[in-house]
Design a protein around this ligand. Sequence first.
Ligand code: PEP
Ligand code: MN
Length: 350
Amino acid sequence: MILPKPNRLSAEQLAEVTAIATEFGCQIQPIIGAVRTIYAIVGDERDDLMINRLEGLDYIDRIDRIQSPFKLMDRRSDLAKGKLTIGGVTLGEELFVIAGQCTIDPKNPNYFYETADAMKVAGAHVLRGGVWKPRTNPYTFQGDNKSLDILMEASRRTGLPVDTEVMDEEQLKLAIDAGVQVLQVGARNALNYSLLRAIGKAIGNRPEISVLLKRSVHMGPLNEFISAAEYIAAFGNPNIMLCPRGTTPTLDGYRNHPDESVTPLLKEKTWAAVVVDPSHSVGKAAYVPAAALAAVAYGADGLCIESHVSPSHGIGDDPKQSITPEVLTKLIRQAKQLWTIQREAAVTVS
Ligand code: PEP
Ligand code: MN
């Protein structure tokens, strides 16, 4: 829908707009109001170049798109009928939990093995463990390929599928070859379209592999988040979980601005499961349970939580934001109860 700055387009302006639309196989249909006339674009309006050219005209106020720019991730797509099952849980049918350390310490693997056992006992469905880490400071620990062996050994010991972040194609290949079932795209790389495409290609015909796509701190409109997922889904594997994890500017006192309230908005646009990360959102262990429960109250399908058997011995984010397995156990119990209440409330309201 084209909204012009003047109340209606002059004959020359309408001719110019029509010429652009025609180039892209569309037509223009004026909708005449008492005061203002707006102009419908009839046809497939998804070509960004057409929209950019129309928006570039100085007499155009804005273009409101009616069609979704993401055809696969759209709620109305056929993919909405599919179900994603990981670690024995079908998302949307019960609360799904990913939990484990921010970072695996390759020098002290026993902490990770103990954490892995504790995550299983606490009720997590997927074990997380950072092998390669995106660090702001280039002189801090960046990760270690050795940690991948530790992660997979923990997976064998517990029987849990594992989640780890990949930041480039080399890590992607190593992770897939090792048998990682959930590939995490971090907040810093969620806008790295080459990486998203590479992941899509690599798992296009690997339905046993899923992606946890974090929301970038630099993402604005939610369409940007969903379009990032479309990059992956375009290659044939729709196993994508969207993960709000806090944005900037921060809320004073928290690490980021907690954004779990975007869940209902995402669900209006896409069928994808929403798995919220309260740990990076608030950045402090003491605040994690409340943020996790808030996420569930907003309709999250799952949670991704950092937890460590001995947070003070952890590396990366663990000393400040990992909760202990005892806190996690209680939190999962409460979150499951709230999840049931939330789903019942949602059915009553809709
Ligand atoms: C993480 O999960 O440890 C991490 C680095 O997350 P994010 O990309 O959300 O900062
Ligand atoms: Mn972390």
